[in-house]
Each structure stands twice: as structure tokens, then as C-alpha cells.
Design a binder for this molecule. Structure first.
Ligand code: MG
Length: 166
């Protein structure tokens, strides 16, 4: 029988460049802004960080391994698919998401009024109550690539727990 700890912790981090001519998709929702994140998929850095946190907790590699950006299947793909697949892998291993804590680093746009919509969407995707989904956003005080508004970075921590009764 394989070792199954009662809890597994994971962390994920992702960065995407802000460019003209793309929609800004973050936390599974569209946010009105003059630029969007560049990437092979919809470039949702928040959902990518969440994916990596879940995969990391499972010691199951990373998002690039599971969903290579060379695969035409994932071109402009809704990153919800990646999260749902990661959650499926967790379930298969006998775990569910206990709670999730996310920090967005973005100079602009102001995200405060979108946080609750993101929490609701992420809660649906990881199948955990909204009260267990923390999302915070802060600037980098105009320093570095975030401060120059060249990109958005997101870090995520997740706790998985053994799913009782399957
Ligand atoms: Mg990414």
C-alpha cells in the first residue's frame, strides 16, 4: 500500500507578460483592462499557480509537464480545464482541496472589486467552499517587472486533505 499522509501542502508560482490585444483573464474571470496576459492558453496566471500548487502537493510534477505549451490542444484554452484536471488527479489519489491561499502581484488594474468573483469561480473549480478560498492582491510599490506593469505574478498555497468516503 502506498503511503498516504492525511494532509499534503503545495505551492505554485506563475508569471505572464501583459500585452496589448489580449483579454485579461485572471482567476477564471475576464477583467476589463487595456491589456491582457500573453501565453499559449488564456494565460490565467492565477489558475496556473493554483494548478502547480495542487500538482506540487501531489508530488505529481508541474503544469508544463501535464499541459505542454507546444500542444495545440491547449492553444487559447480556458485554464479552468487545467485546474479541473489537477483536482481530478488529487481525487484519484484520495484527496480533496481543504483550503487555498493566493496572492496576486499586480501594479494595475485595481483588482479589489473582482476578488469575490474570482473566489467564487475558483471555489467552483477546486470544489471547496468560498470560505476556504483566500485571494489577495497587492502591488510591488512600482518596483521590478510588476511595478513597471510588464506582467502579473501570482503565488498560491494549497492544503489537500484525505477525502473521507471517496
Ligand atoms: Mg502560466
Amino acid at each position: 500500500m502506498t503511503f498516504q499522509p492525511p494532509y499534503r501542502i503545495g505551492n505554485g508560482f506563475d508569471v505572464h507578460r501583459l500585452v496589448a490585444g489580449r483579454k485579461l483573464i485572471l482567476g477564471g474571470i475576464e477583467i476589463p483592462f487595456e491589456r491582457g496576459l500573453e501565453g499559449h492558453s488564456d494565460a490565467d496566471a492565477l489558475l496556473h499557480a493554483v494548478c502547480d500548487a495542487i500538482l506540487g502537493a501531489l508530488a505529481a510534477g508541474d503544469i508544463g509537464q501535464h499541459f505542454p505549451n507546444t500542444d495545440p490542444r491547449w492553444k487559447d484554452c480556458d485554464s479552468a480545464v487545467f485546474v479541473q484536471e489537477s483536482v481530478r488527479l488529487a481525487r484519484q489519489a484520495g484527496y480533496r482541496v481543504s483550503n487555498l491561499d493566493v496572492t496576486i502581484h499586480a501594479e494595475r488594474p485595481k483588482l479589489r472589486f473582482h476578488i469575490d468573483t474570482m473566489r467564487k469561480r475558483v471555489s467552483e473549480l477546486v470544489d471547496a467552499p468560498e470560505s476556504c478560498i483566500g485571494i489577495k492582491a497587492g502591488t510591488m510599490e512600482k518596483m521590478g517587472f510588476v511595478g513597471r506593469e510588464e506582467g502579473i505574478a501570482v503565488s498560491a498555497s494549497v492544503l489537500l486533505q484525505v477525502a473521507s468516503g471517496g
